[in-house]
Design a protein around this ligand. Sequence first.
Ligand code: DP6
Length: 349
Amino acid sequence: WVVMVTAQTPTNIAVIKYWGKRDETLILPVNDSISVTLDPDHLCTTTTVAVSPAFDSDRMWLNGKEISLSGGRYQNCLREIRSLASDVEDKENGIKIEEKDWEKLHLHIASYNNFPTAAGLASSAAGFACLVFALAKLMNVKEDQSKLSAIARQGSGSACRSLYGGFVKWIMGKDEDGKDSLAVQLADEKHWDDLVIIIAVVSSRQKETSSTTGMRESVETSLLLKHRAKEIVPKRILQMEGAIKNCDFASFAQLTCADSNQFHAVCLDTSPPIFYMNDTSHRIISIVEKWNRSEGTPQVAYTFDAGPNAVMIARNRKAATLLLQRLLFYFPPNSASDLNSYIVGDKSI
Ligand code: DP6
């Protein structure tokens, strides 16, 4: 027999960034972060997990290619989730798995991303969140989403925020064992549903410096990172929570853009410096900044993760349409520019 569960999890985009760990094994951050979960039609991971007495080892396929599960991150997630497994009964097919059986039974996992992996579009976020969520369903784990978020966190930090829709905060926590480092929902997917997200895919190539390596080097060498984590982010988190609660787009946009720019400044302050944005990214920033200034009030916020792709959040449909028109004017299709496509979607699941 085989028992299978399929789940789908969207990615999330941080508007106050996570950059830097205080514990690399448990994946504990140096500051809180806040993100928006995207709607699952555009950027999501679909994962099927299967268990059968016929399987003789845990195996995983990502986008059809087998990958190794021997890394600490996968092992930590699998171990934690197995420790919470309970009885599963499928009466129709006469299958019963007892709690104690989960330690011996092996899993096969197949995961697909509908977007470029490791190009700064937070694929690991959706990936580990989906893996943990699917396994929790398969193993009848009774724990709440917050507990699951703390497990997904051990796969990839940003993954903990993808367990919820809407606006999500990852609380850094204080405990050494990481138990209080988990995600909470600030507002659900129905809150502030005027927002429209446009992603300009500048490059779908794999990034040169992974987030994990990049943030390690920043923690080791950047003084700006220390200042940011201690003096800047705590205040910004409070301001961002207020902006989200009140649907105050002017503050939301100002904080989002400032935090993205500061994150990239930390990357430049790292030795050797890390460049995630390219000329096209910089041109997009100029276009948005100029437009926002000419309107007198912000129409669009931009943010860039560990890659050159631009994530833009428009205040409403009208602003999103005008933004697309502008981008198409500056980056006409089939021109020499390396902007390949746009993904337009709603904010949340
Ligand atoms: C720039 O979560 O990918 O997207 O915890 O090492 O797996 P690891 O890093 P990851 O880092 C994401 C960094 C970021 C900002 C963010 O999502 O908050």
